[in-house]
Design a protein. Structure first.
Length: 174
């Protein structure tokens, strides 16, 4: 009977260890989590994703975009401290809601770099949804929501920090 005891303990530790890891990162794939955890710089953008009148800012062939959306302006690049704050929000399981709202007209994008690798965080503060994933040339759609979570206030504060001179961003409700 004694030889089974170490096997039983090993099985319990494996189950607890695997369960904890998957719960902590179930919204982030390994590549995204690694980039966020080691962020060296974050590019910040105001983007125009409107699809209602008046016409949204047009995107012509060759125009720079973020998440496939027209760039209205670019804020100053942010450093590792800003990246760590964003990573903390995105790694927090409480950030994510199972409620998805309708519009997804994102106005803010963060491109997070670790060396040459990057991921985009494209945020709609109207519907509290966001896209988190690799950069794309075509318009991305939301793949996560922070609706009805405390993450909204944290994300608004980061956007305000990144765009201190933007009256629309400074006027966002936490």
């Amino acid at each position: 009977m004694r030889p089974l005891r170490p096997l039983l303990w090993a099985s319990c530790l494996l189950a607890v260890g695997c369960g904890g890891a998957s719960r902590a990162n179930r919204h982030l794939d390994a590549r995204t989590a690694a980039i966020l955890a080691g962020a060296t710089r974050v590019e910040v953008y105001r983007i125009d994703a409107r699809d209602d009148p008046p016409d949204p800012t047009p995107v012509k062939p060759g125009d720079a975009t973020v998440g496939g959306y027209a760039i209205l302006s670019r804020g100053p690049d942010q450093g590792p401290e800003f990246g760590a704050k964003l990573a903390d929000i995105l790694a927090d399981e409480k950030t994510y809601s199972d409620r998805l709202a309708a519009c997804f007209w994102p106005g803010v994008a963060f491109r997070v770099y670790k060396g040459d690798e990057c991921v985009d965080v494209v945020i709609c503060f109207r519907c509290s949804n966001f896209y988190l994933g690799p950069p794309a040339d075509k318009p991305v759609m939301e793949n996560a929501s922070f609706a009805f979570t405390a993450a909204r206030a944290r994300l608004v504060r980061l956007a305000e920090e990144a765009f201190s001179d933007d009256k629309d961003i400074q006027g966002l409700e936490e």
